[in-house]
Ligand binder design. Structure first.
Ligand SMILES: Cc1ncc(C[n+]2csc(CCOP(=O)(O)OP(=O)(O)O)c2C)c(N)n1
Length: 923
């Protein structure tokens, strides 16, 4: 159907002389046939009644899990409630049943809304799909312990479940962590793109996963999902299935929408949205029983009334009433014709029909999921009508989001099911049809997962074995640097990215040992950008090398209309491509970086995505960024340009996104060489898997040119480097750069250098280092020795990572201390109090200067215990030259000089109190 639609479109295209679209169509057709043969199951052979019984048992187990989590014996007074979401589990239970009991293949991925995780655990429990941390299957007794430990903190290694899907859960195989709604389905989308990218780049992955994502109807209002929808459509991600659990309720209650204004229900709006964005949309309102009823004489009127005469709000009120007499009356009022038809059904029958919502009909769901597989180039969006709390007394009630059934209700349920409330996690009896079915299913799913995990882990081991043989260079040998006296860090990023892109090309000339080493891994380096690739110096990676398909011919080439001064932005599906272009959709690009950065974890292919983004706009993708880091994804974010250095762009752009989140190291290099070292080290650590808890890098780059010569010139003036060669000096400094900071100017050993008297430490970061150098020179003219320390990573030198090591590099590496210095004792200034003498003394004070929020560097003083003034961005900015703007924020060299003198004076006012006997003893 879709193929035909597409064929028609291509034929109608008056310009389609190019044969490529037709080739593509042929390919799509063969693939579609193959997939429908390989993967589809005949629904006729399936026993759906039995699956409903298994689902009832699984649901009851999920309720017991939540009940146990909320009734722990050790609960202390004042402890916040534990919670859990029985009603959301009910609304999704049949969606999950169709996936777990029929559709799910070992290679498939699941991104499900957070609060249905107990339902997942219950199905996985029955499918023996729990694993120990080492990947081995979990034994029954430990599986039962895990079921009792929802939302429990494991103190002695007992298996537990986090509140929402988590990588640490025993059943986490190919689940996306959940918690923040609206994000995981987008990550699933981009993992799907990752598979397409891997396939088009010749990687051997013998899997064709489907990506199942379940979300709530209110969740579906999340901007992140809207942002990603056109991307999935255009990129033809046919293995993606988004399922909206359409229960017409959210946390705050029933969703009351203005259907008149929307031109229909929200379900209709969602379906239109899907179609408009290149998806196949399916609205599943009615279950099989209703469909059968509609076929009876007069039944079509029931369908018409249910489809057209009830708003969602009215429908929901009837569901919540659970009053079948009222339901009969209301339906009858909508259509006199219908009254006669309804009379043919008694209350029990009518109730079954009325409450037969499509999203609770496993058979209908399986049919739709099967159909999705027959459209390998079009993602599927399913809107499934469900009932929140189905099976519970609170079903459909507006405020039931966190409602818990009372213990009596659970006991009643267990009696109806023939199970034991005291001993809830018993499997079906051996020999029962349910157990037989589950045991067959385990052979496909759980055994298959074992095989897949083995395959992936062998691929990982093979790659790591090879990577560990590589002598990773410490830089990229960017020769252009030698001819670029003034260069900026964004330029250097472009040089490195372009070089890796060149080396990724199989036929590239490998001229040096450096080339040869990087060439072994360069193909895994993927660049991406949300419409800022060319303005962040990434053009060489883009030019004719964008990955993707346009479904039409290159008219620019045909009409001789190529802009030869700009990168060629026609995408291709070939191996030579290494850049993924995004619209202005920072969230999408960030999620893609996260998903590609998890590729090694899932498949053993170690992609290292690096995205450029204007630093200011990282906050647009903050939630996605956090998700990626929480997920330990391996990727680099190049925030560039950044801060007020972007003065020409004015006020709004000039604020940095300064955040500290675990698993990410933030960098802000100044000299181009620093960036080379930083990226080289990150790549090496990624490929050799030495980046635990530092999987991601956020690197701030700027477009302000820096005189590169100053780097070595200043270093070589230091007394400690007097007899060392350039290479030896750089070797020492590289180590410090990678630990978070280094001394660029160090007057130690100079004549008349007196800490506690005429010495101040200046800490500077990024583009403000030259200002600190100028200030240091000016201070020297005034007889003040101002050492300049360059902060390359605030995280490593002063943030969480430093905290874990008691600021070792700051204190011991750079030698910053709170020592109190006493230079000379001028008898006229000594105050005496009895036998105690009070002497004037001082420590070496600190001034820091950086382009960012004060909190980034303002703890140096408190860490070592000295006076510290932090020059930073404390107000919104303006347009102007960089110098104007540095002055506006008091970051310029004169402001540094002024504050350094003031701080020195303040520091000199300290007093050193000592007992006279100590001084006497010293004599
Ligand atoms: C981004 C985000 N915002 C808010 C929440 C808190 N929250 C969890 S579930 C929920 C309601 C979800 O409603 P809906 O999407 O309709 O799903 P339902 O629970 O009705 O199945 C909310 C607001 C969250 N987890 N993530």
């Amino acid at each position: 159907m879709v193929l035909k639609e597409r064929e028609k479109k291509v034929k109608r295209n008056p310009f389609s002389r190019n044969r490529e679209p037709y080739k593509l169509l042929a390919l799509m057709r063969t693939e579609a046939k193959k997939i429908s043969k390989e993967k589809t199951v005949s629904t006729r052979s399936l026993n759906f009644e039995l699956m409903h019984r298994i689902t009832d048992r699984a649901y009851w187990m999920a309720l017991e899990m939540i009940h146990l989590a909320n009734h722990r014996p050790q609960k202390e007074k004042g402890e916040p409630k534990v919670g859990g979401h029985p009603t959301a589990c009910a609304s999704s239970k049949h969606l999950l049943a169709a996936i777990h009991l029929v559709m799910r293949n070992p290679e498939d991925y699941m991104a499900f809304k957070p609060h249905i995780s107990p339902m997942d655990h219950a199905f996985n429990f029955l499918l023996h799909n729990f694993r120990e941390a080492d990947g081995s299957r979990m034994e029954l007794e430990r599986r039962k312990i895990a079921m009792r430990n929802l939302r429990h903190y494991s103190k002695t290694g007992e298996p537990v479940f986090q509140s929402y899907h988590a990588e640490a859960d025993p059943d986490s195989h190919r689940y996306y962590p959940s918690g923040s709604v609206g994000i995981p389905p987008v990550n699933a989308l981009y993992t799907s793109l990752g598979y397409a990218f891997a396939k088009d780049h010749g990687y051997e992955l013998n899997e064709k996963p489907t990506f199942y994502c379940i979300m709530g109807d209110s969740e579906f209002r999340e901007g992140s999902l809207m942002e990603a929808m056109p991307d999935a459509g255009e990129r033809q991600l046919g293995n993606l299935v988004w399922i909206v659990d359409y229960n017409r309720q959210n946390l705050d209650g029933t969703r009351v929408l203005n259907e008149e204004a929307l031109g229909g229900s929200d379900a209709d709006r969602i379906c239109r949205l899907g179609e408009a964005n290149g998806w196949r949309s399916v609205k599943l309102k009615h279950g099989k029983l209703r469909e059968k009823t509609f076929q009876k004489p007069g039944g079509e009127e029931l369908k018409r009334v249910l489809d057209n005469e009830l708003t969602d709000f009215e429908l929901q009120a009837l569901v919540a009433s659970k009053n079948i007499k009222l339901i009969r009356e209301v339906l009858g009022k909508k259509s006199a014709k219908l009254q006669t038809f309804l009379k043919k059904m008694d209350d029990a029958e009518l109730s079954k029909v009325f409450f037969n919502f499509g999203g609770h009909d496993i058979e209908s769901l399986v049919e739709i999921f099967e159909e999705a597989k027959r459209h390998p180039h079009r993602p599927t969006l399913l809107v499934a009508y469900t009932i929140k709390g189905l099976g519970l007394k609170c079903a459909g009630l507006s405020g039931n989001h966190s409602a818990m059934p009372e213990e009596e209700e659970l006991i009643e349920m267990s009696q109806a099911l023939g199970t034991s409330h005291e001993n809830p996690f018993e499997e079906f009896e051996s020999g029962s049809p349910e157990e037989k079915f589950l045991s067959e299913r385990r052979k496909v799913l759980t055994d298959g997962i074992d095989r897949l995990r083995k395959e992936v882990s062998e691929r990982k081991e093979k790659f790591l074995g090879e990577a560990n043989e590589i002598e990773f260079p410490t830089d990229f040998d960017i020769t252009a640097l030698k001819f670029s006296p003034i260069a900026h860090t964004q330029w250097m990023w472009g040089q490195i990215a372009a070089k890796l892109d060149r080396l990724a090309h199989e036929n590239s000339k490998l001229e040096t040992e450096n080339d040869k080493s990087w060439a072994k891994v360069a193909k895994y380096f993927v660049t991406m950008a949300p419409d800022v690739g060319s303005s962040t110096n990434t053009s060489p990676n883009m030019n004719g090398k964008l990955y993707g398909d346009i479904g039409q011919e290159d008219f620019e080439a045909e009409y001789g209309a190529k802009d030869t001064k700009a990168p060629d932005v026609i995408p291709h599906l070939n191996k030579r491509t290494g850049h993924i272009r995004f619209e202005i959709a920072e969230g999408n690009c960030m999620s893609a970086a996260g998903s590609f950065g998890k590729f090694f974890y899932f498949t053993g292919i170690p992609f290292f995505p690096s995205m450029t983004i204007y630093d200011f706009f990282i906050k647009r993708a903050h939630d996605q960024f956090y998700y990626n880091l929480y997920w330990h994804s391996h990727f680099a974010t190049i925030g560039t340009p950044s801060g007020v250095t972007l003065a020409a762009e004015g006020a709004q752009h000039s604020w940095k996104s300064d955040f500290q989140i675990p698993n990410c190291v933030t960098w802000e290099p100044c000299f181009a060489k620093e960036l080379e070292w930083i990226l080289a080290s990150h790549l090496k650590n990624h490929f050799t898997h030495q980046d635990e808890n530092k999987e991601s890098a956020l690197i701030r780059c700027v477009t302000k040119g820096i005189v590169q010569k100053e780097f070595l010139d200043r270093l070589k003036k230091q007394k400690r480097f007097e007899n060392l060669s350039d290479t030896e000096v750089l070797l020492v400094i590289r180590e410090d750069v990678l630990k978070g900071g280094y001394a660029l100017v160090d007057y130690q050993g100079f004549e008349d250098y007196r800490p506690g008297d005429n010495v101040v430490h200046l800490f500077a970061m990024g583009a403000l280092v030259p200002e600190a150098l100028r200030a240091s020179d000016k201070l020297l003219e005034k007889g003040i020795y101002a050492n300049v320390f360059v902060v390359t990573s605030p995280d490593l030198l002063l943030g969480n990572f430093a905290y874990q090591e008691d600021y070792d590099h700051l204190k011991n590496g750079l030698g910053i201390s709170g020592n109190l210095y006493l230079h000379s004792v001028n008898p006229s200034e000594v105050k005496t109090r009895g036998e105690w003498l009070s002497l004037k003394s001082s420590r070496v004070p600190i001034v820091s200067v950086h382009d960012g929020e004060p909190g980034l560097l303002d703890n140096i003083g408190s860490v070592v215990g000295v006076k510290h003034h932090s020059l930073a961005i404390r107000k919104t900015s303006k347009s102007g030259t960089t110098w104007d703007i540095f002055e506006l924020h008091h970051l310029d060299s004169d402001s540094i000089v002024e504050i350094a003198e003031k701080t020195l004076k303040e520091a000199a006012e300290e007093e050193f109190v000592v007992h006279s006997s100590i001084l006497n003893n010293l004599n």
